[in-house]
Design a protein around this ligand. Structure first.
Ligand code: HPA
Length: 271
């Protein structure tokens, strides 16, 4: 595994002329538009990267972007790998590990989620301040790769508090309403039943989705700081639950994306 990570990183260094990004970005469902704000030096299709899996979901175009955003060198994944697609957890987190070997110190993530906090509204942005891992598999099971990080990684600061307060300050200045809360990650691909939405709410989550948690675990294992924004695309709140479709999730995500993009861009400028 480690050899594959290093081989892929070495290949990317070679084809990008040793571009060494400071920041990693992972863009979720319907949220690839941030790429338009990146001054692209190079974009590589996942299919052209050795050892890289290929994304299968609609709305995930599957490119690795090298460029600058807000004057900072970034590497952005336009489209991520989900557990529900059938990838094992090692594969889901493979790109994050490659990004570490390319030099990133901080990882920005985005996703779409269902809000279970009754004060949330469709289209809200939620800054993650914690997560609950409900996936049936964990990316760090098996022999620990000591070179990546410790056997028992700390998760007390999974979402960097400094970055959270910075983001809240910027959102305030931009006049954006932002929510803050706990994201429960589970496998999907079904959306939740009403009872499941109630369950995640009762155990302390504010929103629920099918990504992010594995990547953040792998990043924290390697000492990478994480910051994540979720777009609330539907509500799992009693009395407000309606049928959810992937198309509706993408539609809402695309509308709210503009705010998220601006927030990420200004954050990057101020880093
Ligand atoms: N549940 C799980 N994942 C999601 C949801 C949801 O309601 N909305 C967007 N992604």
């Amino acid at each position: 595994m480690l050899a594959q990570i290093k081989a892929t990183a070495a290949h990317l260094q070679e084809v990008t002329n040793n571009f060494n990004p400071e920041y990693g970005i992972i863009l979720g469902t319907g949220l690839g538009g941030l790429v338009d704000e990146i001054t692209i030096q190079q974009a590589i299709n996942y299919g052209d990267i050795p050892n890289f899996p290929v994304s299968t979901v609609k709305g995930h175009s599957g490119r690795l972007i090298f460029g600058t955003l807000g004057g900072k060198r970034v590497i952005a994944m336009q489209g991520r790998f989900h557990f529900y697609e059938g990838y094992d957890m090692q594969t889901v987190v493979f790109p994050v590990r490659v990004m570490k070997y390319l030099g990133i110190k901080t990882l920005f993530l985005s996703n779409a989620s269902g809000g279970v906090n009754p004060s949330f509204e469709i289209g809200d942005l939620m800054i993650l301040n914690d997560h609950i891992n409900l996936f049936p598999a964990h990316p760090l099971t098996g022999p620990n790769i000591e070179e990546l990080g410790p056997r028992f990684p700390d998760m007390s600061d999974a979402y960097n508090t400094h970055l959270i307060s910075k983001a809240k300050g910027i959102a305030h200045k931009l006049g954006f309403k932002v929510q803050e809360g706990v994201y429960a990650g589970l496998s999907g691909p079904t959306f939740e039943t009403p009872a499941e939405y109630k369950y995640v709410s009762k155990i302390g989550a504010d929103a629920v989705g099918m990504s992010t948690v594995p990547e953040v675990i792998a990043a924290r294992h390697m000492g990478i700081d994480c910051f994540c924004i979720s777009i609330i695309t539907d509500l799992g709140v009693e009395g407000k639950i309606v049928q959810v479709t992937h198309e509706e999730v993408q539609h809402v995500a695309q509308i709210a994306e503009k705010k998220m993009t601006q927030l990420f861009k200004v954050m990057m400028e101020e880093m």
